[in-house]
Design a protein around this ligand. Structure first.
Ligand code: PMM
Length: 267
């Protein structure tokens, strides 16, 4: 059944929970809470990817994430590191991370494929068209799902040519990254087409703006947890490998409902 990746942003500026977990002790505690709530993987990030977010020096990023990863991994928790930076990925691997979650799909740091190869970790390849700008000028598609699929496939080809084991790869269509609300829904509805590339697929829709658009104007970010949980259920139904979410309990119950529903069908 679909795994739950709980978001642990160790940053002062992430759009929905920024600044809450900047101290390592508080971050570790929050990570443990996410696990207690039913997360299977904890995704630790030290640099926000939202449009207009402040640039974080790689040294600062490492200083934020490494102690948190080390502590969670030492407790037997599966940890992923949300980074575009190969040096951070290597440091995270040494600290015990199991997965490198790179929203740039290897495009931001050309040495990332070497880090993936040498660490032997699993690697999340997300669909990305460059750093987000406010205008999101790269959110232009003629056939959204086909283009996302083709660009992901190109990244995969490059990684395989580099010698990376295909069993290490996980794909992510990059909800909200160079995609407007319509594109996001097209990608979600087209999930089976992305899955047809033959790799596990991760979906990160949690609290994103296109979900807020379904709510009354001015609704706070936490109100996006209900629509996020519905997306988690539908993604699970469509065979997603994992969903990356901020609020674990609501997605836990959503996925448990899908599991029970499917068990009813197989009875
Ligand atoms: N989204 C964000 C950050 N990291 N990683 C993956 N694999 N997929 C995503 O969709 C994704 C990600 C941005 O959200 P945040 O600022 O709430 O972490």
């Amino acid at each position: 059944m679909t795994l739950i990746m709980g978001v642990l942003n160790v940053t002062p500026d992430s759009f929905s929970d920024g600044g809450l977990w900047l101290e390592p002790e508080a971050a570790v505690e929050h990570g443990l809470q996410l696990v207690a709530e039913g997360a299977d993987i904890i995704d630790v990030g030290g640099e926000s990817t939202r449009p207009g977010a402040l640039y974080v020096a790689p040294e600062e990023e490492r200083a934020r994430v490494v102690p948190v990863i080390a502590e969670l991994a030492s407790r037997g928790i599966t940890v992923s590191v949300d980074t575009m930076n190969a040096a951070t990925a290597r440091a995270a691997a040494e600290a015990g991370a199991a997965i490198i979650n790179d929203v740039s799909g290897g495009l931001a740091d050309e040495t990332m494929p070497d880090a993936v190869l040498e660490t032997g970790l699993q690697y999340v390849v997300m669909h990305w068209r460059g750093r987000l700008d406010a205008a999101d000028s790269k959110a232009v598609y003629e056939h959204t799902v086909a283009e996302v699929r083709r660009e992901l496939s190109q990244r995969v080809t490059r990684l395989l040519q580099h010698g990376i084991d295909p069993d290490r790869l996980i794909l992510d269509p990059g909800i909200g990254f160079s995609k407007n609300a319509r594109h996001n829904w097209q990608v979600l509805a087209g999930l089976p087409e992305i899955e047809r590339l033959g790799f596990p697929v991760l979906i990160g829709a949690s609290r994103k703006r296109f979900l807020g658009a379904l709510l009354p104007e001015g609704a706070p970010a936490v109100d996006r947890d209900a629509p996020t949980a519905v997306v988690s259920a539908l993604a699970a139904q469509a065979g997603a490998w994992a969903v990356r979410v901020h609020d674990v309990p609501s997605t836990r119950i959503a996925i448990d409902v899908v599991r029970a529903w499917q068990a009813g069908r197989d009875d």
